[in-house]
Design a protein around this ligand. Structure first.
Ligand code: FES
Ligand SMILES: [Fe+2]
Length: 371
């Protein structure tokens, strides 16, 4: 029997993937010589900027007796634990001073480390790399290295505008992500007179192709049932508008819209905070209407509406999920969600075996749905 004709039972495992960069905090909220708390993958972090403005991220727990470091004293270089005054270099976590040691006590202070994480500022956000859990030996672990820089938004001109918005969702990373890539909820959740009504639902055909660690909705002309795209077509005076949407593990959705010399590009992430809690961050860059003052506000309004609609929906969904219902994914509308689970499983499998990841898609696929 062809497996594809049956709705598929699907349980989410809510597993949070390590070995990736995650957005921690909006960069404009993190000021010099200040300490901020953040949580990523259930890891408590203290985040700040040194005197030069370079961001850093440490585990918010002193390796001595677990005191949260966010309430410590920070001089722009070293962070002092409020309990016994041990001091740590904020960039590598290395202990600099243990005040209780007498001059004849020869303990090697420099072998002690507060957990430190690679940290980068990129497109309005402070990103933190969460490595695979290292060998046990709390307090003596040097910082891990990230094998690649933090993700960036693709930009197609030198001058552009940038804006972000975020929303917290009381659901697991898996529900957050499949909610983000789900085409079928659009006409029901995202109704607005300036966007589309539920009566505009119609049959669509989209082409997908595998890309490393993810899949791409191949360049296509965007949905004809939305007013903003019609406007864009007029404004850009371009015959063709093309949109490319990528999903890449562990949590990234990028969307690029190009119309002649104009472009709009976004990088959305769903960040696992805890097992039942994630946060969506949308960062967009564009060169359209760059000189029109109200456009950033307008874009923020439009995106903010969408994100708020998603957030409210997931809040309601979380009520239903409390009771551990059986769930299902159907073809073709939920096929991207199936790929997500398969990609995640394939990634974990390849980590386990050390073999290259087996991509769940063997080639291009055309999907049909009504939305
Ligand atoms: S708990 Fe931090 S110095 Fe003792
Ligand atoms: Fe949505």
């Amino acid at each position: 029997m062809p497996e594809l004709d049956l709705p598929q039972r699907q349980a989410t495992d809510t597993l949070m993937l390590t070995g990736f960069w995650y957005r921690a905090l909006p960069a404009d909220r993190v000021h010099r010589n200040q300490l901020h708390k953040a949580t990523l993958l259930e890891i408590p972090l203290v985040i700040g900027r040194d005197r030069q403005g370079q961001p850093f991220a440490l585990r918010d727990s002193c390796p001595h007796r677990g005191m949260p470091l966010n309430s410590g004293k920070f001089d722009g270089e070293n962070l002092e634990c409020p309990y016994h005054g041990w001091q740590f270099d904020v960039h590598n976590g290395q202990c600099q001073l243990i005040p209780s040691l007498t001059s004849d006590q020869t303990m090697r202070v420099d072998r002690i480390y507060a957990g430190s994480y690679p940290c980068e500022e990129q497109d309005s956000f402070i990103w933190v790399y969460i490595p695979d859990p290292g060998p046990q030996g709390a307090g003596f672990t040097k910082p891990a290295q990230a094998c690649e820089p933090a993700p960036t938004i693709e930009k197609f001109s030198e001058k552009y505008k940038l804006a972000y918005l975020q929303a917290e969702m009381p659901v697991s990373i898996d529900h957050g992500i499949i909610g983000l890539m789900d085409p079928a909820h659009g006409p029901f959740v995202h109704q607005a007179w300036w966007w589309r009504t539920r009566h505009s639902i119609h049959e669509k055909q989209k082409n997908f192709e595998p890309i490393p660690n993810g899949f791409r909705m191949s360049a296509h002309s965007p949905s004809s049932n939305s007013a903003p795209y019609k406007l864009l077509r007029l404004y850009a005076d371009a015959d063709s508008i093309s949109t490319t949407i990528d999903f890449i593990l562990p949590n990234i959705r990028t969307e690029t819209i190009r119309a002649g010399k104009y472009w709009f590009s976004s990088l959305t992430t769903v960040t696992p905070i805890a097992r039942t809690h994630c946060r969506i961050d949308v960062v967009a860059a564009w060169n359209l209407f760059r000189w029109v003052p109200f456009v950033p506000g307008l874009l923020k309004f439009v995106f903010g509406k969408f994100v708020e609609q998603d957030r409210r929906t997931m809040e309601m969904q979380a009520e239903g999920l409390k009771h551990n219902p059986h769930l299902m994914l159907i073809d073709d509308a939920d096929r991207p969600a199936k790929w997500y689970f398969q990609l995640k499983a394939a990634h974990l499998e390849s980590k386990c075996t050390g073999q290259p990841m087996k991509h769940p898609m063997s080639g291009p696929v055309t999907l049909n749905w009504r939305s």
